[in-house]
Structures are given as C-alpha cells and as structure tokens.
Design a protein around this ligand. Sequence first.
Ligand code: SAH
Length: 213
Amino acid sequence: MIDNSKHKGLRKRLVDQLIKKGIRSNEILNAINSIPRHLFIDKDFESHAYIDKAFPIGSDQTISQPYTVAFQTSLLNLKPHQKVLEIGTGSGYQTAILVKLKAKVYTIERQHDLFRKAIKRLPLLGYEPELIQYGDGYLGIKEHAPYDKIIITAGAIDVPKKLLLQLKIGGIMVIPVGKNIQEMTCIKRISKNKFEKELMGKFNFVPMLKNTN
Ligand code: SAH
C-alpha cells in the first residue's frame, strides 16, 4: 500500500481539475487531495485512479467519478460530527471522504464481495465509519436513525420512502433519481410530513438494486 510523491502529484492535478469544474469547498478539495484513491481500485489499474472518471471495481459496479463524489458531497452541506447514512459503500472511497470530513458514517452495501473488501480496506487506511453493513439499502438502518444526512451513491428509480423517514427534520438527502440517466435530487425534510425537492443536474450512476433483483 504505497502512496508516493507521484500519486500525490497526480492527486494535486485532479484537485486542480475539480476546482476548474466548479468545486469550491476547501474541506472537500482537501479530502480529495489527501485520500489515496488508487488504493480503492485494483492495483493493476492504479494509473486510472487520478483520471476524473468512474472505474470498474468488480461485481458490475464502479467507483464513482471524483467530480461526482465532490459535487454530491458538497450538496450534503456537512458539518463535523453529523450522522450520515450512505447507501452503496462500493469501494469505500466516498465513505472515506465522509469520514475525513468528520462525519459519523453508517454505510450499506448489497454486494457481498464489495462489502467484504470495504470492511477490510477502510480501517486499514485509517478511515473508520461507525458501521459498514451488508444488506439492502432500501431499508436503511432504522436502529441508528434519524440521520442528519443521507447519501445514495446508486441511481434509484424513485425515492425510497423508508429512507425519507430516517431523515432528521432539517436533514438533507442527496439521491440520483432516474433509470438510464439520473437527476441529482436534493431533498430537505422541512417537517414530519413536508419535504422540499431541488434538482441539481444530470448524472450517470449504476442502478440501485432491490435485494430480490
Ligand atoms: N460510492 C461507491 C460505489 C458507487 S457504485 C464508490 O464510489 O466506490 C454504487 C454502489 O451501490 C455499488 O457498490 C452497488 O453494489 C451498491 N448498491 C446498489 N444497490 C444497493 C442497495 N439496494 N443497497 C446497498 N447498496 C447498493
């Protein structure tokens, strides 16, 4: 697990690209600058780690594009020590970003192989979420609800009702919604039964799958 000056240089270049693409948050840029993304993908493909693109991680899934991670994270408007539920641990890269931003992270992955790798990788690299769970993200994790923020890193056909109900009043959910192409959707819980929705642009995610699929 080497993180050398070449990797650091490539990371700095990636950060400069993200700034050009409109990412403004210093905390998020610092997190991207410090987290070795090449250690979240297969060693043989580490030359792809600092290109601003999604990349396969096995089980038909991808590590999200750095710009998408940065943009989606910025929509969460995270404050230190907030409780965050993440659906779709995948490689664990987005999880590491959230941990680096001092969130208390609860994350769920439905692919057992990816779950198994993430549960080893994250503590090894020094990023410790509160919980990494193998299971169906549509259900959320009720025992630890409500959450200040909920982030879904797979494309959902519609907004899962159970997840909305696990959001704190005043809390924010960021979820890409749509079948082939997704609209990044920011949902704020205004009161027990009132939610406000804002659309933030089009993205391309792997689908959020039901356990029965
Ligand atoms: N954020 C991660 C993964 C993005 S890909 C990264 O950047 O590495 C989306 C992930 O969501 C995949 O790992 C996929 O297996 C997972 N996923 C899809 N449907 C899910 C569900 N219902 N519950 C939990 N995870 C799910």
